[in-house]
Design a protein around this ligand. Structure first.
Ligand code: COA
Length: 497
């Protein structure tokens, strides 16, 4: 117990240790929960799992707001238990995805930097319980987060009640790497004083009104490892194209070999593309992102990345052991920030980020769909990709040119759902090549995308579509009745071919 109490330095809270079942019993039907957790890192684990257990004998629904996706199978178990009324702002679980698409639960797919504004302005349901994973609580009442910050500081500030989960399996050396800054409310704000990736502008933990802390639960459960697959031939080709593009920027004098702060999205492709920087001439790099995956730590190990700022760290099992087992080596090279800051348009624009995110599909004019399979079925969500894409110095989207063994072309005549419009997309990359769309009119863009990015299986078909579209004319020519015909054929016959 002595060891346990050391984690709660605010002594008036030491008597509030409870078990997860008691905490879960306070949550009532219709309540809204603000859970810590961002891309499988730093999620509250014990209380959500106890709540899911309660659903075996009770019927209720709660709204679940988080930073981003949850680990520990919690999104899956929430979905299977059928206890989520509304989920916001991001998820990435196959079972939850199915329930959303079957209309059994509601999902609000939201820019990750903007949930903060909705909560501060009282637009969405007020948070009844913030449930926040922590390393401990300091004497002066700061909750020290673990492997992510996400929306935790916001939830703590705005929730009626706070439950803290102190997780003794998380690396204690994380204390000191967080930087919590409150932007305040809109209309009453100063510029965010962050001008360099490694600037510290806030405090090392989340300030909490001690009166609101209803209970503290102890847990000992590591984060779930990430699920990214290793680089393959196509992702290596994409990385090579991207590097060639960056080299051409250096040659043109628009970048140096230090590049500009890098942001890379979630998933296998984005990780593989960053991995490609390992064997490049680029050096002394900085990362300003919302999630750090394995590749960033490989780049730190190789001496290529000088500093990385993020809102979470999500690693494969092997990488987690290596990084968390030697964390003193990384501590002075990392900052974890609230997602409102890691993804803030003001900072992204000021730092001039190179932003690399993944598309499900893009069209011949450069509109990008990152979220909806065939325009209707939710995949994961827009996440932070919109925060970055619109505001970055270079907004780059990557995707393999085909999916499902070639039955799907990821370059299509007209994107069936548009998350990132042609106005927000600078460069698109597939394993076939890249198209730099900056300064191009729609007709120039289409020609370049068809030439450089479309898979040979689909190239002629696309040329035919575009020729017919051109015959009809327009600033952005289309054959409207055929614009979605590739998707319609996929639905009817199982292939776009
Ligand atoms: N139509 C249908 N399915 C497609 C597709 C398309 N055009 N393109 C890819 N897919 C499928 C793949 O076949 C794969 O399916 P599987 O899981 O059954 O194997 C799945 O989508 C994932 O594709 P993959 O190529 O492995 O890419 P990924 O793991 O990098 O994920 C996204 C790609 C787009 C789903 C993912 O990056 C995402 O959710 N992005 C949006 C949010 C975001 O960008 N956040 C980051 C901001 S920091």
């Amino acid at each position: 117990m002595g060891h346990t109490l050391e984690r709660i330095k605010a002594i008036q809270l030491q008597e509030r240790i409870i078990d997860a079942e008691l905490a879960a019993s306070w949550i009532q039907d219709g309540m809204t929960l603000g859970l810590s957790g961002f891309t499988r890192a730093g999620d509250a684990k014990a209380v959500p799992l106890a709540l899911i257990k309660r659903a075996e004998t009770e019927s209720f629904k709660v709204n679940v707001f988080t930073g981003a996706s949850l680990g520990s199978d919690i999104d899956r178990l929430f979905a299977e238990a059928g206890i989520v009324g509304k989920r916001l702002p991001f998820q990435a679980d196959p079972v939850m995805r199915r329930k959303i698409n079957e209309g059994e639960m509601l999902f609000v797919d939201h820019h990750l930097s903007q949930t903060a504004e909705w909560i501060k302005a009282g637009v969405i349901e007020p948070i009844d319980f913030a449930i926040i994973e922590a390393l401990g609580i300091t004497e002066d009442g700061l909750i020290i987060p673990t492997t992510s910050v996400g929306n935790s500081a916001l939830f703590v500030q705005y929730a009626k009640n706070v439950i803290v989960e102190i997780n003794t399996a998380q690396p204690a050396l994380f204390e000191g790497i967080h930087d919590i800054y409150d932007t305040g409310k809109q209309g009453d704000r100063l510029p965010i004083p962050l001008t360099r990736v490694d600037d510290r502008i806030g405090v090392p933990g989340i300030p909490v009104d001690l009166e609101k802390v209803r209970g503290i639960v102890f847990t000992h459960q590591p984060d779930s490892p990430s699920t990214i697959a290793a680089a393959d031939e196509e992702t290596e080709q994409m990385a090579e194209h991207l590097l060639n593009f960056l080299r051409s920027e250096v040659r043109a004098g628009r970048l140096t070999e230090r590049l500009a702060p890098l942001q890379s999205g979630i998933g296998t492709v984005a990780n593989a593309v960053l991995h490609g920087l390992l064997d490049s001439e680029f050096d002394d790099l900085e990362v300003y992102s919302e999630v750090l995956q394995d590749a960033v730590f490989e780049l730190i190990d190789a001496g290529k990345v000088r500093f990385a700022s993020s809102s979470s760290i999500t690693l494969s099992e092997e990488k987690m052991k290596q990084v968390y087992g030697n964390f003193e080596k990384y501590r002075d090279k990392l900052i974890l920030r609230p997602q409102e800051i890691s993804n803030h348009p003001e900072i992204i624009r000021r730092l001039g980020l190179i932003s690399i995110n993944t598309a499900l599909e893009f069209d011949i004019y450069g509109n990008v769909n990152s979220t909806h399979v065939s325009g209707t079925k939710m995949m994961n969500g827009i996440g932070g990709s919109g925060d970055f894409a619109r505001n970055a110095r270079l907004s780059i989207f990557v995707t393999k040119s085909i999916a499902k063994g070639g039955r799907i072309s990821s370059v299509v005549p007209f994107a069936t759902h548009i998350d990132h419009t042609e106005h927000d997309v600078d460069i698109v990359v597939t394993e076939q090549g890249y198209a730099d769309l900056r300064g191009l009119a729609p007709r120039e863009r289409a020609a370049r995308i068809i030439e450089n990015c479309v898979h040979p299986m689909y190239k002629e078909k696309m040329q035919d579509y575009y020729a017919e579209a051109l015959a009809r004319g327009g600033q952005t020519p289309h054959v409207l009745e055929q614009a979605f015909s590739w998707h319609a054929r996929l639905a009817q016959t199982g292939t776009m071919l």
